[in-house]
Design a protein around this ligand. Structure first.
Ligand SMILES: [Zn+2]
Length: 393
């Protein structure tokens, strides 16, 4: 009798241990819920506002994910039916059960929460032939098919990490304009140069070097192919290099969303190939307005691109060499106006052209004399700078 009692006591004790472990797991899960989770498809973060975690499993509204995975969803009375790849899933909200080809599943990957139908991302993705990757640190599930081109695990990890930082920055409250500190220091200025690399890029880089300033260059793919050595030196000298498309041809670049994204993918690929540095910063030819359509805008953001237009247009391309002083005037007027309007990060548009090489030393002297702070693009501290006012870009 005594021994039996002892065994029961030990058994009870072990049970208690397990129950406790269960509890601490549950606490961890609810803690995790406070961090934003992401669901990614190939190389993009899907724009889900409403991601739920139940029993450690990530669920999203069925109606939302159905669009991305091309899931045909029907309802018959209250029953939700999904038919895909010859499989039929049925969910009955009254019983909370899901069936697959008529067989009741042991757990329900589909749930109704607050009147909305959610589905387990892991479950549905696997069932319809996707592969899964988990990025624990970034709380991200990525689904992909091997037969589609996609970033490797490490690159994607870096991409989501960057994405999370940018999202957190955007969510931070902005300082109000009447805070005294902002009126004391002069704004930052960014010298940006489009259309290179070419022979004038080299001259502009020399002027920047003489003044110990780093610039931001938006290079064209077609020119990078002929002048890779200039791209290399620009990168070595600490300038930031973004993409200005492959062709700069309005008819080609803006022909379709796909065409625009292909131009950007190819040209940023060239930057990576030549400099070993990856970039997501692009400046679309002729500026984003009115050329970038809402669909292009959305796709650029989803694929993680950052798009810079400018605050001050020097209009340098319009002038002959002898008229270079007009370029200086345009920059001075533009910068003063931008500062008056409260801009703290003033992006100046210049080009790698002959007349600009003549104006650049005086532009730098004036900006320095007035006390503006020279900056180059920093992906770790991305500043939103686009005519569309899209915070995601
Ligand atoms: Zn251009």
């Amino acid at each position: 009798m005594k021994r039996k009692f002892l065994i029961t006591a030990i058994a009870l004790f072990i049970c208690t241990l397990f129950l406790n472990t269960g509890k601490s797991n549950a606490a961890e899960t609810s803690e995790n819920q406070s961090t934003q989770r992401y669901v990614a498809l190939h190389d993009r973060i899907l724009p889900f506002q409403d991601i739920r975690v139940t029993e450690g499993d990530t669920k999203v509204p069925l109606a939302d994910i159905a669009k991305y995975l091309y899931l045909p969803v029907e309802t018959d009375k209250d029953i939700t039916i999904i038919r895909k790849r010859g499989i039929e899933f049925r969910f009955d909200p009254a019983t909370g059960t899901t069936t697959k080809d008529g067989k009741v599943l042991a757990w329900s990957p589909i749930q109704q929460i607050d009147g909305i139908t959610y589905i387990s991302v892991k479950y549905i993705a696997r069932e319809i032939g996707f592969q899964l990757e988990f990025f624990q640190k970034e709380k991200t599930i990525r689904i992909y098919r091997d037969n589609y081109a996609h970033m490797n695990h490490d690159d994607f990890q870096q991409f989501i990490h960057q994405y999370r930082i940018t999202q957190q920055e955007a969510a931070k409250p902005k300082p109000t304009p009447d805070q005294p500190q902002s009126s004391k220091t002069k704004p930052n200025v960014y010298l940006t140069f489009d259309d290179g690399p070419n022979q004038y890029t080299t001259i502009n880089m020399q002027t920047l070097k003489d003044n110990e300033i780093k610039g931001t260059f938006f290079f064209l793919g077609k020119h990078m192919q002929t002048h890779p050595s200039i791209v290399k030196s620009a990168s070595k000298e600490g300038h930031y290099i973004g993409s200005h498309s492959m062709t700069h041809d309005k008819d080609l670049v803006y022909k379709s969303t796909e065409a625009l994204l292909d131009e950007m993918k190819e040209s940023t690929g060239l930057i990576q190939q030549i400099t070993g540095k990856s970039t997501k910063l692009v400046r679309v030819p002729y500026g984003s307005k009115p050329h970038v359509t809402p669909d292009m805008q959305k796709q650029l953001a989803w694929q993680g691109y950052k798009m810079w237009d400018w605050d001050v247009d020097s209009n340098d391309w319009k002038y002959k060499d002898v008229e270079y002083e007009k370029i200086i005037e345009n920059v001075k007027n533009g910068v003063v106006q931008a500062e008056k309007a409260g801009d703290r990060d003033i992006v100046i548009l210049l080009h790698d052209r002959s007349q600009t090489t003549k104006a650049l030393p005086d532009i730098i002297n004036w900006l320095r004399h007035e006390g503006y702070q020279f900056k180059t693009y920093d992906p770790q501290h991305h500043i939103v700078q686009n005519f569309l006012h899209d915070k995601a870009l």
